[in-house]
Design a protein around this ligand. Sequence first.
Ligand code: AMP
Length: 130
Amino acid sequence: MTIFSKIIKGDIPSYKVAEDDNFYAFLDINPVAKGHTLVVPKKEIDYIFDQTDADLAAHTLFAKRVAAAIKKAIPCKRVGVAVMGLEVPHAHIHLIPLNEEGDMDFRKEHLKLSADEMQDICAKIAANFE
Ligand code: AMP
């Protein structure tokens, strides 16, 4: 079982911002920007493009709704979208509030946010999810 499946199951805590029957969105624990969120299918699959067309479409559309909530909750020019999957073999879309190109640089030092700050960001995004 992947670490993300354990999060979805509730065995590992997460800052959940949105969920439906098939997808789960939560704050990245090692964010490159405030509001950095991961959108994960509950079905455990390693590579995003190994999903069926229908599942990939649904994953993208769920991420679109989460991105809209992030945009409302966190002041930013755009919500950037990235897929890497080099670390966790469970398909996930990174959504990252952007004001400049460097905000999406995964090599720079990541933010160190307190649990209170993470909870606050999480609640703001969750409150704007429709
Ligand atoms: P990658 O697989 O390269 O797309 O990177 C995996 C991402 O998952 C990284 O940005 C990690 O910070 C994030 N991550 C790993 N474990 C957790 C966790 N327990 N809770 C939230 N985010 C996580």
